[in-house]
Design a protein around this ligand. Sequence first.
Ligand SMILES: Nc1ncnc2c1ncn2[C@@H]1O[C@H](COP(=O)(O)OS(=O)(=O)O)[C@@H](OP(=O)(O)O)[C@H]1O
Length: 404
Amino acid sequence: MEYSPIYQNLHVVSSSPVKNKLFVFCIMLSLWVYMIYCCVGYCSTMPSLMVSTANSKHSQHLKKVDPNRTQPRLHNEGDLESEHQEDPLDSLDPLFGASPRDLLNNENDLDSRGGEDWDEIRSEQRTLDNNVVSSLFNESGPVESKKLPQAIIIGVKKGGTRALLEFLRVHPDIRAVGAEPHFFDRNYDKGLEWYRDRMPETQEGQITMEKTPSYYVTKDVPARIHTMSPDTKLIVVVRDPVTRAISDYTQTRSKKPDIPSFESLAFKNRTTGLIDTSWSAVQIGMYAKHLQRWLQYFPKDQLLFISGERLISDPAGEMTRVQDFLGLRRVVGHKHFHFNPAKGFPCLKRPEGNSKPHCLGKTKGRTHPNIDPEVVQRLREFYQPFNRRFYQMTGHDFGWGSWS
Ligand SMILES: Nc1ncnc2c1ncn2[C@@H]1O[C@H](COP(=O)(O)OS(=O)(=O)O)[C@@H](OP(=O)(O)O)[C@H]1O
């Protein structure tokens, strides 16, 4: 017989019961060390015990990873329409008339593709739950099915909609599609079954959600959502309309660096100070106008307005309002947020463990260009009556100016 060192070694090990036991003991020891390592949060490849109690209770039922989710990608970290400027609220109605001049083309908005940034924190939790807990249940598991959304984040563009959706997706009773389906504005002819198919599977008691910020300003959308279900809960993240317009412009410029300056787009006539309300970046911020349309179809208490500013300064407080509005347990709170001073934003963290918080990617929080202060001031004056009306309609002062 040929000499084989492997055979020899195996033979030696298997022939000695003491060595055999030692071998098994070493393997067991390594496994235990690895498990402990995982439990304290340093491991992302093994089932973790870091899931919150509330999460684990619900996620027991989660047998599948959301097929709609993108794969994890980590990141560490006055009416001047007429020159007379009487009452802008009475005389302006851009959305019922001509379509906005959309130099800020949304079609290729990176955000439409979904919140890749924070997928890892959720999919990790849920996949692990699936692995560990599903084995404790019967083979077939609880029934899952795709449902039309019962709640939708309808706007506004650049308000903080992605952050809100990602915060909500931490909640075990919410399943949301990451990408923006744009069903009620761009894909309506595809039918409700197409729309339903975009949704993640849910179990009894879970809420299905999506976000498409252009809904808030699109003329036909309120009627269409009402036709789908008059009970749909609607969430709007609003932000100072001047900052929102600049953010909107910044996003477009990042894709089309050659576009004209903000100042030249904002005015119809810079000398007279006439604001160009046909520019979508200006038009979107006339929140009161858009709200009028929604209130023709939905009662006020079916809409929740979240402050984009507070979503940054007090994410837990705003999340409490949203969870209450949706009739959910208050699961997402202070312990899920870590403020990242370098980014200037709250990032999501696991309640336990010491893994790194997860922040939104670099398409959020871009540096805004410096805009001529006179132009900013003129825009503030322009929005003043719209803001005031919006505060009256919502019963909430969002604090976007000293006049309030
Ligand atoms: N936690 C957290 N992390 C990062 N960014 C945050 C966060 N909360 C709110 N924001 C603000 O969200 C702004 C983008 O808004 P949206 O997500 O609604 O944009 S989009 O319409 O979906 O493109 C984005 O606007 P810009 O700062 O102008 O880029 C952010 O200010």
